[in-house]
Design a protein around this ligand. Structure first.
Ligand SMILES: Cc1cc2nc3c(=O)[nH]c(=O)nc-3n(C[C@H](O)[C@H](O)[C@H](O)COP(=O)(O)O)c2cc1C
Length: 210
């Protein structure tokens, strides 16, 4: 199927088939796709928690207005953005980049100072908003890749982030929950799959400036 046919095939799955699990090789592809998503400066300022523990998933479901995807999907990818972007995070990125490219990290000092300067003037709310945006790009990449593999998903931000952070002890880790994707296989009894896509006409979304 073409990529657009797969994007038409996918839908925000409401009911997952609890008996179907994503095989390990496909899970690896999804993880790699998330890791390949572009981010501003390449800093990847987020972590993705894959929550397998069923009793934790039940607690998360309670904190997500009982949405069944939390317990019934094969996997939960919880995207958590960094709450601070101190200079060491920039240094770590530049060190990794230099190692991968076999170049001298000292040459990256002006670039590093520029990034550090940009981060330093942001409030912690602005940092969190910026890091969360980066995570959303990876969410989009995950959803599109899953559809290519005929894996269903539901992007979700309908949950109490404060409660999620408490349940998972995220505050001490310097991260906070942004949104999640429930990933797995649709239940035959999910009526939502039969709905037609509601999308604006393309010309309403795009305007060509000539
Ligand atoms: C960031 C984001 C958050 C969403 N949160 C929820 C959610 O909490 N629960 C849910 O059932 N669907 C959620 N959705 C699904 C949207 O309602 C759905 O993608 C939209 O209606 C378009 O339908 P489609 O994805 O089936 O094409 C969310 C989607 C996005 C992108």
């Amino acid at each position: 199927m073409s990529i657009t046919n797969n994007l038409k095939w996918r839908y925000a799955t409401k009911k997952f088939d609890t008996s179907k699990k994503i095989p390990a090789d496909k899970l690896d592809i999804l993880k790699e796709a998330v890791n390949l998503a572009p981010t501003s400066y390449g800093l990847q300022p987020f972590k993705v928690l894959i929550i397998e523990n069923q009793s934790i998933r039940e607690q998360l479901r309670d904190a997500a207005w009982g949405q069944s995807q939390l317990t019934d999907a094969s996997h939960i990818f919880l995207f958590c953005n960094f709450t601070e972007m101190g200079p060491e995070k920039i240094d770590n990125y530049l060190k990794l980049r230099s190692e991968i490219n076999n170049t001298d990290v000292a040459d990256t000092k002006p670039y590093g100072d520029m990034m550090k300067g940009q981060m330093a003037v942001l409030s912690s709310d602005q940092i969190s908003a910026w890091t969360a945006k980066q995570a959303y790009i990876a969410l989009g990449t995950l959803i599109a890749t899953a559809s290519e593999l005929q894996i269903d998903s539901c992007p979700m931000e309908g949950f109490d982030k404060v409660k999620f952070d408490e349940i998972l002890g995220l505050k001490n880790k310097g991260i906070t929950s942004a949104m999640l994707a429930a990933v797995g296989y649709r239940s035959e009894s999910d009526d939502t799959q039969h709905f037609k896509k509601t999308r604006k006409p393309i010309d309403e979304i795009f305007e060509t400036i000539k």
